[in-house]
Design a protein around this ligand. Sequence first.
Ligand code: BMA
Length: 849
Amino acid sequence: MSTIQSHVFQNWTFKACEDQEWMPAQVPGCVHTDLLKLGKIPDPFYGTNEKEVQWIDKIDWEYQTEFDVAETLFSQEHLELVFDGLDTYADVYVNEVHVLSADNMFRVWKADVKSVLKGNGNILRIRFRSPIQEDLPKLEKLGYALPASNDQSDVGGLGDKRVSIFARKAPYHYGWDWGPRFVTSGIWREARLEGWTQVRINDVYIQQNEVSATSASLTAVVEVETSQAVDTIIRIGADGQRWERSVSLQPGTQTVEIPISIDEPKLWWSRGLGDPHMYNFLTEVLQGERAVAESTVKTGLRSIRLVRDKDEAGASFYFELNGVAVFAKGANHIPNDSFITEITHERYRHEIVSAAESNMNMLRVWGGGIYEQEVFYELCDEYGILVWQDFMFACSMYPGDEAFLNSVRHEAIDNVKRLRNHPSIALWCGNNEIDSAWAHYVENGGWGWKKEFTAEQRESIWADYEAIFHDLLPEVVEAYSPGVDYWPSSPLVSLTGDETQHAHPSTAEGDIHYWGVWHNVEPFENYNVHVGRFMSEYGFQSFPEYKSVRTYAEEEDLALESEVMLAHQKNGAGNRLIKQYMDMYMHESKDFPSFLYMSQVLQAEAMKTAIEAHRRRKPFCMGTLYWQMNDCWPVASWAGMDYLGRWKALQYYAKRSFSDVLVSVDGTKEDTTDIYIISDQLQPVKGQLQIRLLGFDGTVHRDETHDVTLAPNTGDRVLSLRNVEWLEGHDTANTLLRLDLKQEGAANIVQEHYFVPSKDLALQPANINVSGGADENGVHLVLESDVLAKQVWLSSDVEGVFSDNFFDLIPGIPVKVQFTSREGLQSNDVISNPGPIEVRSMIDFIRLT
Ligand code: BMA
């Protein structure tokens, strides 16, 4: 029983302010999606339609609903309008009385409306001012343009007038190097009327002071609001235990702290280390034995910290969870859609399940998107995925006037408070790439931004930066989520206040974004060279698969430089870059659909090189998060999973390269091939490592087995093979090394190694035989080939994932795979029937000369 009663507003209509006719609207939603549903605009994701809908952000829009207030709600002492999110510059009227002005999409907005409401026939109207018209004058007033590298103002018809930095609104709405420009307006989270009488609980925070396997010392921080002085007991209950405190509440809002201690708590663990156990804490305000207010909070108990200890090389950078050093494996997350309210719970779950299935244990919520929806963090809690949480600032310099700082402060408080009970949140980070892009302490450093400014302007812009990222944000984190670390910018060495502060690809302290491969066209091999303490970004692009491309392009658009394909490539020279790398590493594709496949293999090979180079350097390097997990529309991008949730080759490769125990080969040396075993598990590895040198026809040239052991949570080079001795003159064009790590009671861990780049392999047409079967785990397929079949791609018309895909099939070594539909994946891995499948391998995509 709660004293809070609420009414969620429905039956909305909307229109452009200058129009007369009201049209049906969906809330939560936005103007773009409402217009689309009414057929007033073409599908913005199709073809080159993005540019057809740029007019929307230049005009004002309004939303309206009429509502009655039920007697039980109307009779409450307090009536409050609550907006969990308004995008962005909005004026709210109730019965034509102005009750609220909003200017920050990331804040919660509330207004007391008791005095303006009547029982029936109320009108709630929200007027959204164009974020472009609103902010153009701010640019004018400032007198110079602040850098905002990814703001695609030209697509929006604004030339070089980049105004995104003035709006506290999702940066990617203004375009990014993987995202279209759709500057939305609308009510993007729930809008409701809340009523309460006498007392209510506004917030409960289960602060974790000290948590270990033996005990958890917590403080429940309860924010209560009352309208009159009252003596109460505040009681917290969890897992059959209770803690309480008598308090005399005074009119107004107050915070009551109640100490909690739990012996031998069940800890929350990230995936691979243990169960992500969650507790339910029920808070009640009691008058006598009657609960007059209550609230439930779900949280997991764990200790988490970012460890940055000085060492000989520089300083460590790793997360310690419940005393265990965690090697972070994962990717950078962006919003799953340009239109946020289109993202269903199912789509969120598909992403997080895919992350967990791919053996990830961390996602970084990158600073150019949004502070994610509740469900995202609930799923991360549930699947044991740690969250590196950026504040929403990316690749730009921001204003520093008082109004802006004030807005940021409120935004930070709202979001830290909203998210702080999620055990998955491991870190708050100030921004994406601004410290290194501006590079204040290096005259010609960074992205060349400083060149545009006088010495005086530079100092003032940097002072504004420091005010937000070195003062305001860490203060908010410390005050509202004490114990969770704050990191000012990603990447960063540390706050030295001199030229050593800014990260670059060779720093041995802090985190690194390594973009030499891709943006600087360095070879994949350089992933082995630039390994830092924590690799929080690096990436390589590919295209979505043919089926996905056809959702935005017609047959006649299928050419690398066609207008449509370029409209769906937001990174300038991206398509040409893919081709350039393709020529370096891969065979020539026989046609455009083949090129799409080949681009995915190319990307996957790049990321495998990087991930494994990072893991082989454990514990020097303790984290690897590739750019990027997902997409917000169908596009060529760095994502491992396309907009439709289809796994690209990379997702399968990531699953293998992120496996908790990995056999990895360092083939970068001239004379030797080094074999590593890396383990993130808490038990030792003990087994036999079989090493075979094989011909592509299956001939076994050499076969050896070695006993191997490895301590828990570590990595080591277990063998070093002399190439001349092993290869013995065999042709590297059709020879491979196959490694099988066999452990009792565990599945084999396998790896293949080739001695030359893919394009130099002498591939032959393969006859792949597929047979079906069933066992206690459900239906499966067994694949066998007469000669080496590289990157075997299984595809099905049923949406879902295979247990393995894009793998090499070696004659004499059958591979068994299972299929799980997208639905099954979300409900405990029910194995399903993929229906008819198509089986192809690389040779089918190569132009044969
Ligand atoms: C990273 C990100 C994004 C960008 C990506 C690819 O550094 O932070 O800004 O999309 O690079 O260029």
